[in-house]
Design a protein around this ligand. Structure first.
Ligand SMILES: Cc1ncc(COP(=O)(O)O)c(C=O)c1O
Length: 379
């Protein structure tokens, strides 16, 4: 595990003692919020376009997630919108680099500093990428990352924290003493999944395996992205505060080796998507955003999502359905998570139309042909 931390620290140009791995990225967020002493009555600002595990971590501590609408071009929050939602109760501002794009990071942090509010970067999509030439996740007081299946590099499930502001170091170390170890069963299942994924997953098996994995995750039969409790309610699940394992560290060290090569592929494929979408008058990621984008996924907007997914499945094209709801994957009872979707028309509109293209594909021409064939379906 030391080796894993060391390699992450090198990548972030940081000290190893400031890197903390966890069973999942969300656990790292929870630990950070706790180290920042966020609790009852406090408010934490987050985007209205995220994963439900983000508001969950806040709610588990008795605090309240306060949502901010996103910008229609970047899918990220802006300083102006954050400022409007900042109150005396705001005790943390979270900045997310959605799909790998970091925007207005320095401006938001400067504003937060002026108000004495700590900041956390949600870099679950952005590891390895840069913002204005510096590694993502090295701007705010702290950042957390995910190394779950489809993230910049994978440990199966997993994640880590980089704590830049050492004022929280002692507290975080103290909190981490309560981490439980993953069970032998969990480690065994995870190692089988890591091995079989490599052997079995390809464009022809993608849709069948995705459906199977999601079904098994829901039933709790495999180690999944989210447990049933996390998506059905707001109670902290038993065993949530879980530490990292050697199974994850081993996979991570191996997969880290191709990180930069994959990042280059992601950027070059995404350029091709942009060129195509632009030439067809569709929504695309503008060139001015490319430098700060590591393109973990390439977002597209479609007229009829279910129809488009069926077409992709028929043509053996992988498609991601990340953030098809504002607090993915929750579609009902949003008020449980303090979210009123009417308040956030942009995030809601995007979440109703979004799908995501793979950017690490080695068969980009096949995907481009598919897009050209079904361009009437793209917005
Ligand atoms: C924006 C965002 N934040 C946080 C997370 C949580 O990461 P993890 O699954 O490692 O807990 C995810 C998961 O994909 C995410 O998309």
């Amino acid at each position: 595990m030391k080796q894993f931390n060391k390699e992450i620290a090198t990548e972030l140009k940081a000290e190893q003692s400031q890197v903390f791995p966890y069973w999942k990225g969300r656990v790292g967020l929870y630990a950070l919020l706790k180290a920042m002493e966020i609790g009852k009555g406090d408010e934490v600002i987050i985007p209205a376009f995220t994963c439900v595990v983000v508001p969950n971590a806040i709610i588990y501590l008795g605090a309240k997630p306060v949502y901010v609408d996103v910008d229609k071009e970047t899918f990220n929050t802006t300083l102006d919108k954050i400022r409007e939602k900042t109150t005396d109760k705001t005790k943390c501002i979270l900045i997310q680099n959605t799909f790998g794009l970091a925007t207005e990071v320095e401006e938001i942090i400067a504003f937060a500093k002026s108000k004495n509010i700590p900041t956390i970067e949600d870099c679950t999509h952005g590891f390895g990428g840069t913002y204005n030439g510096q590694p993502n996740g090295t701007f705010a007081d702290a950042s957390f990352f995910s190394t779950q299946w489809n993230k910049p590099f994978s440990t199966g499930v997993g994640g880590f924290v980089y704590l830049k502001n050492t004022a929280y170091l002692a507290k975080l170390n103290e909190i981490n003493k309560d981490l439980v170890s993953p069970s032998s069963k969990e480690k065994f299942i995870l190692s089988v999944l890591i091995k079989s994924r490599k052997l079995l997953l390809n464009p022809f098996t993608y849709w069948t395996l995705l459906k199977l994995y999601r079904f098994l995750s829901k039933t709790g039969l495999v180690v999944g992205s989210s447990t049933k409790e996390e998506i059905e309610g707001i109670e902290m699940p038993k065993g949530y505060f879980k530490g990292f394992s050697t199974v994850q560290a081993k996979a991570g060290i191996k997969n880290l080796k191709s990180l930069h090569q994959t990042l280059l592929l992601r950027k070059s494929n995404s350029k091709k998507y942009s060129e195509f979408l632009k030439s067809e008058g569709k929504t695309f990621v503008t060139q001015s955003l490319e430098e700060n984008h590591s393109f973990l996924k390439y977002p597209i907007l479609v007229k009829d999502r279910e129809k488009f997914k069926t077409l992709a499945e028929k043509s053996s094209i992988n498609l991601g359905d990340w953030f098809v709801s504002m607090i993915h994957p929750i579609e009902k009872n949003l008020e449980l998570w303090h979210l009123d979707s009417d308040e956030f028309p942009i995030a809601r509109g995007i979440s109703e139309k979004i799908l995501n293209l793979d950017t690490d594909t080695k068969t980009i021409d096949k995907v481009l042909n598919f897009l050209a064939q079904h361009k009437e379906e793209i917005l």
